[in-house]
Write a new protein. Structure first.
Length: 293
């Protein structure tokens, strides 16, 4: 995991089964040819951090990179806040779960990115965690924009998207019309396909993470920065990685991280309320309360 990606299980890159609760995920943007200029898909490299001026073996994020992420988060926040509120009152989307978790994680990751790093791996995980959260929020904004344009909307131009796997031909056709990458599951009992022409694009459904070693990892970051341990990768990995379904692994903090957690304490949101911490200055916060559905 030198690059911070999760191989064939990287849900921001490879299409996952379509989920009605999260219809915006097919809109996830893929790296383009000029990915090196896009902070959302920028590969993580060691020019992104710099040695601490006063502490040995400690590094800090490059200030210009931090500024890019901070500006991007403000841009994405402005794009999603109105849809967050509008979707509550629109009964057509009562089944949709907005990316509340990604919103909260994006601010958490940005705060962590501004702190000191002792290990390169931690830096990589934080940058990737921030990128994943921002990509999910941007996908939500793009999806909302397109769905508000009417059934006949056809985008004149579309950046490459992650797309989804569909077993419903109507949903498949709609997403094709929107120029979203779409893959239709063809069932053997309906179509006789030539087995000699079969190509396994990504055998994710035959993989099981519960076959991994039971040796527990030691975590120096919050658990959500790490790929989840799940029983069925095909049906559960994406949801667990995004924080909406259970994962089998549990937090096993390093001594240093445990001290950090003890200092922070377990500040929890009011019961039945999801709390977003939104920067309204360099360090100040104001709170947006979101009723849990």
């Amino acid at each position: 995991m030198v690059d911070g990606l999760w191989g064939e299980h990287e849900w921001t890159l490879y299409p996952q089964p379509y989920c009605h609760k999260f219809p915006y995920l097919p809109w996830l943007r893929l790296p383009s040819k000029n990915a090196a200029s896009d902070v959302l898909t920028l590969p993580v490299h060691k020019k992104m951090w710099q040695a601490h001026p006063n502490k040995s073996n400690i590094h800090l994020v490059d200030p210009s990179l931090f500024g890019e992420f901070k500006d991007k988060l403000e841009e994405v926040k402005a794009a999603v806040l109105n849809p967050f509120h509008d979707i509550i009152t629109d009964t057509r989307f009562s089944h949709v779960q907005p990316p509340k978790m990604a919103y909260s994680r994006a601010f958490e990751a940005l705060d962590r990115l501004e702190s000191e790093f002792g290990a390169w791996r931690d830096f990589v995980e934080v940058v990737r965690g921030l990128q994943r959260s921002l990509l999910e929020l941007l996908a939500f904004a793009d999806w909302w924009h397109d769905t508000q344009q009417g059934e006949d909307f056809r985008p004149p131009f579309r950046v490459p998207t992650r797309g989804s796997l569909f077993d419903d031909e109507g949903l498949y056709a709609n997403h094709v019309r929107w120029s979203i990458a779409s893959y239709l599951i063809i069932r053997n009992d309906r179509f006789a396909l030539d087995p000699d022409k079969r190509v396994d694009l990504l055998p994710r459904n035959s993989s099981r993470l519960d076959m991994m070693s039971n040796q527990p990892l030691v975590h120096s970051l919050h658990l959500w920065y790490y790929p989840p341990h799940v029983k069925d990768v095909y049906s559960s990995f994406e949801g667990a990685a995004r924080g909406y379904t259970d994962r089998l692994d549990t937090l096993n903090p390093t001594k240093g991280f445990k001290r950090t957690l003890d200092k922070l304490g377990n500040r929890r949101a009011d019961e039945g309320t999801f709390i977003f911490y939104i920067p309204s200055g360099h360090r100040s916060r104001h709170i947006l309360r979101w009723p849990q559905g």
